[in-house]
Write a protein that binds this ligand. Sequence first.
Ligand SMILES: [Zn+2]
Length: 266
Amino acid sequence: MVRMSDLGEADRLLVLLTPGRGLMRATARSARKPGSKLGGHLDLLCHVSISISTGRGLDTVSQADTLEGFRGLRDDLGRLSRGLYLAELAERFAVEEAASHGPFRLLVDTLRTLEKLPADAADSLLRWYELRMLGQHGFAPQLQRCVDCESALEQKDHVYSAARGGIVCPNCRTRGDDPLLPAPVTVIKILRFLGRATWPEAIGLKVGDDDRRMVERVLRSHLHYVLDRDVKSTGFLDEVRKRLGVAEAAPEGDPPGDGARTGPQG
Ligand SMILES: [Zn+2]
């Protein structure tokens, strides 16, 4: 279940990611009534098996069984904010009535990993997940060659363009007036590594704070451009992280893809 909201007196409106039918919306009648059998199985981020009755209007949930409750995600604010972010990203990419086996598996597996992961490894897992999710939908950033002229990239610092979808070589940097983000050689290497890593490799990666912030900024900017909007739960994610004492991805008042222009260089 990727999203849940109250509906009417005691019902819930659910947004579910399903392997076979992609995104589904359904109501769970009386799920908010105390002692509701249905409501007991329906919690945010839960992996559930449900039966749906179709009729006029919205589909309704007739039966629900929890497969994995992911309680460890809801008991910890840092994990919860990250779990909600993973779910929202999966929801944004998914469409209704389209099989979604890969993204579904990816979401469940990543939530399962996140549930037991120490906070210092969680950000690498999120970046890995973003790259996977982008790749599964055909939107992976171009990191191997210049996204414009396709020339091989020298092993040095470059810039990244969300509008063009990847790393830009020095010759192509001044073409266009799209915002550019710094992409130092270490950041490019981290992105490439995460793009081909398995999740155990990804969470084992040690990254300095500056590089971590820049990697996050590049991917956030890329996602913003691909999805044509911000992922709402990043606000909650940043807020929680700030409260828990970890530095944020981007400085205050510097939203992705905006005001982050480095300008033509070199
Ligand atoms: Zn180029």
